[in-house]
Design a binder for this molecule. Structure first.
Ligand code: DAT
Ligand code: MG
Length: 149
């Protein structure tokens, strides 16, 4: 089953939006298979955002993501990678559609509340970067027949 990695950034945790953000993925019907609150190390932050290493905003991004607690999550479900990106909305909250997390709850590109893997291969890399295999729980919700034919 497809999995994605999501992280509620320090702004989301500080603003008390952890429950609101998790609710949106639960309500959609995806399955939570990994969850932890952590202070992100410099090493993890730099590795996670490795593709942006040469961008002018890289240092600020690493400073921000290491500035306070982050909620790391793995969610599972049919098409979860692309669907989670839609639920999250565009990178810049000012351009993100209402109804999306960033569109409803954010204003600034550097404070856009949540990270979501952008492709299935990226998700695999990010899940194994943030979680050990034994930290993930494989389970099938009893409501599965209500969600899938
Ligand atoms: P996304 O998080 O939507 O996948 P991304 O991978 O292009 O976006 O960038 C990673 C994060 O870097 C993004 O969530 C916020 C920050 N960022 C991106 N572009 C930025 C910019 N022009 N100025 C400041 N921060 C930026
Ligand atoms: Mg990205």
């Amino acid at each position: 089953m497809e999995r994605t990695f999501l992280a509620i950034k320090p702004d989301g945790v500080q603003r008390g939006l952890v429950g609101e953000i998790i609710r949106r993925f639960e309500e959609k019907g995806f399955t939570l298979v990994g969850l932890k609150l952590l202070k992100v190390s410099q090493e993890l932050a730099q590795e996670h955002y490795d593709v942006h290493r040469e961008r002018p905003f890289f240092a600020g991004l690493v400073d921000f993501i290491t500035s306070g607690p982050v909620v790391g999550m793995v969610w599972e479900g049919e098409g979860v990678v692309a669907s989670a990106r839609k639920i999250i909305g565009a990178t810049n909250p000012l351009s993100a559609e209402p109804g999306t997390i960033r569109g409803d709850l954010g204003i600034n590109i550097g404070r856009n509340l949540i990270h979501g893997s952008d492709a299935v291969e990226t998700a695999q890399r990010e899940v194994s970067l943030w979680f050990k295999e034994e930290e993930l729980v494989s389970w099938q919700p009893t409501i599965t027949p209500c969600l899938h034919e």
